[in-house]
Design a protein around this ligand. Structure first.
Ligand code: ZN
Length: 215
C-alpha cells in the first residue's frame, strides 16, 4: 500500500508516519532523510542535488522527483511506502503521479491530519529548550520545577526562534497556501482519509490504522 501523510507543522505527522511505518512494515520516506541519503550514497540525482546545495541554491523539483523515483524503486518499497513531507506542492503531486505511473504504481491512500491552529500555536510556542543540555520542556504541559531553569543541569531555558509564535503562524500560513491545495487534489481522486490530529498520539495512530485497514 502506497500512502502519503499530509499535515501542518505541529500535527504530529512525522511521529504518526513513523508509528504506522513500524506497524505496517512499509518504509517511512521523508524528504530530508532521502535527500541526505542520496547525497551520501552519491546516486546520480544525489550528485546533482549536492552541486545545487553547494552553490547555495534550493534543490529543484526535477531533482527532488528524481531522488523520490530512485528511492521508490528500491526493493524495500515494493510492497508499499509512506511518504512524509512530500509532495509539498501541487506541481510536485503531478510529477509524483507521472513518476509512479511509469512504474505502474499509484498512491492508494492519503492521510490528512487536521489540527486546530490556536492549539498548535500553544503547543509549539510553549516549548522551552535548555541552552546547556538541550532538554525540552513545555510551560503548561511539562514545566520545570523552577521557572526558566533546567531540572537536569540548572541551565537557562529559552524559546527557540523556530518555536516563536510569529514563526509558527508563518509556517502554518505557508502550509495552508502551498500544501492545503493537495488535500483538495487528492480528495477529488477519492484518496483522502481525514484524521483528527489533536487527540492523544495513540488514539491518532489507532484511527489511522483503522482507516487504512478499511481500504
Ligand atoms: Zn539542561
Amino acid at each position: 500500500m502506497n500512502i502519503i501523510f499530509l499535515g501542518p507543522p505541529g500535527s504530529g505527522k512525522g511521529t504518526q508516519a513513523k508509528i504506522v511505518s513500524e506497524r505496517l512494515g512499509f518504509p517511512q520516506i521523508s524528504t530530508g532523510d532521502m535527500l541526505r541519503a542520496a547525497v551520501r550514497e552519491q546516486t546520480p540525482m544525489g550528485l546533482k542535488a549536492k552541486s545545487m546545495m553547494d552553490a547555495g541554491q534550493l534543490v529543484s523539483d526535477a531533482v527532488v522527483i528524481g531522488i523520490v523515483r530512485e528511492r521508490l524503486s528500491r526493493s524495500d518499497c515494493q510492497k508499499g511506502f509512506i511518504l512524509d513531507g512530500f509532495p509539498r506542492t501541487l506541481p510536485q503531486a503531478h510529477a509524483l503521479r507521472s513518476a509512479l505511473s511509469e512504474m505502474n504504481r499509484q498512491i492508494d491512500a492519503v492521510i490528512s491530519l487536521e489540527v486546530d491552529e490556536e492549539s498548535v500555536v500553544r503547543r509549539i510556542a510553549g516549548r522551552r529548550t535548555c541552552r546547556d543540555c538541550g532538554k525540552m520542556y513545555h510551560v503548561e504541559y511539562d514545566p520545570p520545577a523552577v521557572v526558566d531553569l533546567c531540572d537536569v543541569c540548572g541551565g537557562d531555558l529559552f524559546l527557540r526562534d523556530d518555536d516563536k509564535e510569529e514563526t509558527v503562524r508563518r509556517r502554518l500560513q505557508v502550509y495552508s497556501e502551498q500544501t492545503a491545495p493537495l488535500v483538495d487534489y487528492y480528495t477529488k481522486a477519492g484518496l483522502v482519509c481525514t484524521v483528527d490530529g489533536m487527540q492523544d498520539i495513540s488514539e491518532v495512530s489507532d484511527q489511522i490504522l483503522k482507516v487504512l485497514g478499511g481500504n
